[in-house]
Design a protein around this ligand. Structure first.
Ligand code: G5P
Ligand code: MG
Length: 226
């Protein structure tokens, strides 16, 4: 049986977590779990959790830790025989500790992307609100300008992607992420990548994963006793 492998990807809004995660999932067969995706799914389905988190996600403010761990940990428990990649979780020290209590990660990727690059990317970003599909007018444009590829519905731009709001979000990200990054550094599993282009960073991430996935014994995940 193939060894299990558990990884997480961290980085500020717009750093390329989603883009890189999709490449990792495709190239290495890891199950891809995105916290943002689960939140948007809950909001679209109007579940109890969805109603609770809507105003946070719409303002790009962090959802409270207990809500996030309740959303994420049961999904991971169900995947105890799978290799997976987490995108956007854990984001705070409390979330990292909650995750640590059920499962030790094998590897954490941290993306360091300059502010100017993030600003350019996010101000070029358009979203299909119903599905959460994201387009970038330069890097990943829709087939028809201003329209979602699948539904043909209009795309919108978030207020949070305007420069002033973005600066505050990025500052907040740094403060909250620092203890999480320190934790994974102390465990010897943190790998940081810096650059302005996903396509240039990707070969380094890909070769790191190739070496880790084929050679390392995995850490173990346990189903917690509640
Ligand atoms: P999300 O959904 O995790 P964010 O804000 O962290 O959202 P986002 O926007 O999803 O991050 P990303 O995944 O890091 O960004 O980046 P991406 O989508 O791949 O790339 C960004 C854009 O740049 C895209 O348009 C892409 O095509 C383009 N791009 C990528 N690479 C390049 C390149 O090389 N060049 C160019 N030109 N473009 C490129 O979280 C959403 C909300 O959910 C809540 C929070 O409210 C959060 O704000 N949330 C949580 N709250 C608490 N705890 C958690 N763990 C939470 N997780 C989510
Ligand atoms: Mg994302």
């Amino acid at each position: 049986m193939a060894k299990l492998f558990r990884a997480a990807i961290m980085g500020p809004p717009g750093s390329g977590k989603g883009t890189i995660s999709e490449r990792i999932a495709q190239s290495f067969g890891l199950q891809y779990l995105s916290s943002g995706h689960f939140l948007r799914e809950a909001i679209a389905a109007n579940t109890e959790a969805g109603v609770l988190v809507k105003s946070y996600v719409e303002r790009s403010v962090l959802v409270p830790d207990p809500v996030m761990t309740t959303l994420m940990l049961p999904r991971l428990e169900q995947l105890s025989n799978h290799s997976w990649l987490l995108d956007g979780f854990p984001r705070t020290l409390a979330q990292a500790q909650a995750l640590d209590s059920i499962c030790q990660l094998d590897l954490v990727i941290s993306l360091n992307i300059p502010y100017e690059t993030l600003k350019e990317r996010l101000s070029d970003r358009w979203i299909h609100p119903a599905s959460g599909r994201v387009y970038n007018m330069g890097f990943n444009p829709p087939r028809v300008q201003g329209r979602d590829d699948i539904s043909g519905e209009p795309l919108i731009q978030h207020d949070d992607d305007k420069p002033e709001a973005l600066m505050a979000r990025l500052r907040h990200y740094k403060d909250v992420a620092k203890p999480v990054i320190d934790l994974y550094k102390s465990q010897g599993i943190l790998h940081s990548f810096s650059g302005t282009e996903t396509d240039r960073i990707w070969p380094y991430i890909s070769s790191l994963l190739s070496s880790k996935i084929s050679t390392q014994p995995s850490n173990t995940c346990q189903t917690p006793t509640h």
